[in-house]
Design a protein around this ligand. Structure first.
Ligand code: FES
Length: 236
């Protein structure tokens, strides 16, 4: 074959290779971008934050001012934003309680109540059955009727009940399971009672279930900004 024909053939082969490589790089770029849009980034925290519980004006909640067993309980986000928790003053000392996990047969110790009367507790307000949130999951003060159940009057010592499918939890005993279909208790928040009568959320209880829908309590959502978490109120 003449030399100039050989050179032509080499050039054509080289150009074809370049075209194939460029096309491959373009496809890889599109795929990478598409995948990064499909896979939700796992944002979160590396450890539990200490968040002072404040009112909507940014002023610390004083433990003495939390109403006892009200049907309008405080809610606050912890450890990530959009992780609502009940903040309840049950009006009596709440001891540390061994809580069973029906799903696993295991158990853990829920923290005791804090505050001047050791009566303040906090639990995730996301139902452990299928994730219903307030107002579907609700605190019913002692003696009130728990909607859709036989718990009325003295048979209701103050229960948390989820109207989505009927799960009931006992906040007097670590938010353990009273009735299913849930097979997991509500995870308790560990609270610190400070010398100035304020409250700080410092962690989720070791050994308790993770917050509903989470592989870890620390990932899968956005951290709260700053060092406080603000209460809202569950009405109705
Ligand atoms: S989501 Fe609460 S009982 Fe089903």
């Amino acid at each position: 074959m003449p030399e100039d024909e050989i050179q032509d053939k080499s050039r054509r082969t080289f150009l074809k290779a370049m075209i194939v490589l460029s096309a491959g790089a373009a496809v890889a770029g599109v795929l990478k971008e598409g995948l990064s849009n499909l896979v939700t980034p796992s944002v979160g925290l590396t450890s539990f934050p200490s968040l002072l519980i404040v009112d909507t004006n940014g002023k610390p909640i004083i433990a003495d001012n939390i109403p006892v067993s009200t049907s309008v309980p405080f809610l606050f986000d912890y450890p990530l934003s959009n992780d609502p928790n009940f903040l309840l003053n049950l009006g009596k000392a709440i001891p540390a309680t061994k809580v069973s996990i029906p799903a696993t047969g295991g158990s853990y110790n829920s923290p005791p109540g804090v505050g001047p009367n050791n009566s303040i507790v906090a639990f995730s307000a996301i139902c452990q059955h299928l994730g219903c949130t307030p107002p579907e999951i609700h605190f019913y003060p002692p003696g009130t009727s728990v909607i859709g159940t036989a718990y009325t009057g003295s048979s209701n010592p103050g229960y948390i009940h989820c109207s989505c499918h009927g799960s009931t939890y006992d906040p007097n005993a670590g938010a353990g399971v009273i009735t299913g279909p849930t097979l997991h208790p509500l995870p308790p928040v560990v609270l610190s009672y400070n010398s100035n009568k304020t409250l700080t959320a410092v962690g989720m209880t070791p050994g308790s279930p993770t917050i509903y829908g989470r592989v870890s309590d620390l990932t899968g959502g956005n951290p709260l900004s700053g060092s406080t978490t603000e209460v809202s109120y569950l009405s109705g």
